[in-house]
Ligand binder design. Structure first.
Ligand SMILES: Cc1cc2nc3c(=O)[nH]c(=O)nc-3n(C[C@H](O)[C@H](O)[C@H](O)COP(=O)(O)OP(=O)(O)OC[C@H]3O[C@@H](n4cnc5c(N)ncnc54)[C@H](O)[C@@H]3O)c2cc1C
Length: 404
């Protein structure tokens, strides 16, 4: 390939969705992927349902990843696997390393689509011994779908967000029968239809409960829960720790590009553009976990912004940094909000909470409410607020008027 016009870092649904759209518009696109195969996280999710939005059919994760990859290749995208990006430099210079050693690549635009990381058991401060059999959902899915292993028979699942139910589907696929899903809050985190899946698999969801100790020397042989009725022991032989995802922003750490402390991902504007306008970002890197279809669609919309940038049709970077003015607010994306225009990829503010909250979510400027919506939500759930197009120059604040 001659020098690419666009480099995409990460070949998950967001990266491949964007790369395909850019190549179909006639641009030279290079995707860099550190794994041996393209496709991102869905490659490890051997279950349905993926692909409705993209291909109008229900696919298993690996088939979906293969289709995304084929669509990109058919459109003319070049995909380099086993290629890790190790540094980002101003103006779209990207340092990589692969079997041939280190090298530097350049492009007019670079799209970051590096996804999320799971929070480890240690970071979640779960006490007890340190036996084998305590896995993140990603590790479980790798063992089951990539290596054909069954690491345990009756684990517990800690968490009840989207990915915890992905773990439940993986268990069903592997003939694993979880003893329970454990959720510290008073409701499950994901939307309630997921509850039916647990009910259909006869897996109880224990609300108001948490794991306070994991037992076993070499293998897990039990867990102790804190429950409203007091401590309770379960004879689990494994623990799947799910939730608390953080953007995989390792590349931003040593770079000139700022990280938003709320999301842990890059600071972007309504065009998905970073402070250095050669860089864009999309997908789970922006805020933690969303579904594959959501990330793919975000990739497509960000591709349109990159096309506009390549034709010098994007407005100059401008706009105020949004201030979060309520303790329940964890993150809002985009963080820099200028006047909007038709076609900007972020015409809605994506918001997540740190704790449950109920009331009016409000975007304020100069004491005026610019946009508002009613919320009654838990952390990790998707919240969004339509962004107005016309905006004054004053500082913008996001707050919650809590219902009593
Ligand atoms: C364990 C788990 C299970 C999930 N299950 C489901 C599910 O069942 N259904 C669903 O809809 N969603 C699920 N999700 C959400 C899932 O993350 C999204 O569906 C989707 O994969 C996100 O797409 P993405 O392109 O943003 O990131 P990813 O799919 O995570 O892709 C990011 C890619 O970037 C690559 N990369 C990262 N850093 C570098 C670097 N420095 N150099 C080169 N390459 C790099 C990674 O190797 C990876 O391939 C799950 C998430 C997790 C963590």
């Amino acid at each position: 390939m001659t020098e690419p016009e666009v480099i995409v870092i990460g070949s998950g649904p967001a990266g491949l969705g964007a790369a395909t759209a850019l190549a179909r518009a006639g641009r030279r696109v290079l995707v860099l992927e550190r794994e041996a195969q393209a496709g991102g996280i869905p490659r490890h999710c051997g279950h349905h349902p993926f692909g409705m939005r993209e291909f109008h059919r229900l696919l298993r994760g690996p088939d979906y990843a293969a289709r995304l990859t084929k669509a990109a290749l058919d459109a003319g995208v070049t995909i380099r696997t086993r290629t890790t990006v190790i540094a980002l430099h101003p103006g779209g210079l990207v340092q990589i390393t692969d079997d041939a050693g280190p090298a530097t690549l350049a492009a007019k635009a670079v799209l970051l689509a590096t996804g999320v990381r799971e929070t480890s058991r240690a970071a979640r401060l779960i006490g007890g011994e340190k036996p084998g059999g305590v896995l993140s959902t990603g590790a479980l899915q790798g063992m089951v779908h990539l290596n054909g292993q069954r690491p345990f028979r009756q684990p517990v699942i800690l968490g009840s967000e989207l990915v915890a139910f992905s773990a439940l589907l993986t268990c069903r696929h592997a003939g694993i029968r979880p003893l329970a899903m454990i959720e510290p809050a008073s409701r499950i985190t994901t939307r309630s239809p997921a509850r039916w899946l647990a009910a259909a698999m006869r897996v109880p969801i224990l609300l108001h409960s948490d794991i306070i100790a994991i037992h076993g020397r070499t293998r897990v042989d039990g867990v102790t829960l804190a429950t409203p009725a007091g401590p309770r022991d379960l004879p689990a032989d494994g623990v799947i720790v799910s939730g608390r995802f953080r953007p995989d922003a390792a590349l931003l750490l040593g770079s000139h590009l700022p990280i938003d402390p709320g999301s842990g991902g890059p600071v972007i504007d309504r065009w998905g553009r970073l402070s250095d306008p050669a860089y864009f970002a999309c997908g789970n890197l922006l805020r933690g976990v969303e579904t594959a279809g959501w990330c793919w669609s975000e990739g497509q919309r960000t591709a349109r912004a990159i096309l506009a940038a390549l034709q010098d049709q994007l407005p100059e970077p401008a706009g105020a940094r949004l201030k979060l003015a309520h303790p329940a607010l964890r993150l809002a994306v985009p963080q820099v909000i200028g006047a909007g225009a038709a076609g900007s990829p972020h015409d809605r503010l994506q918001v997540r909470l740190d704790r449950p909250a109920k009331g009016q979510l409000r975007l304020m400027q100069d004491g005026r409410v610019l946009a508002s919506t009613r919320i009654d939500s838990l952390p990790e759930r998707r919240l969004s607020l339509a962004l107005p197009h016309g905006l004054g120059p004053g500082p913008l604040t996001l707050t919650i008027a809590e219902a009593p």
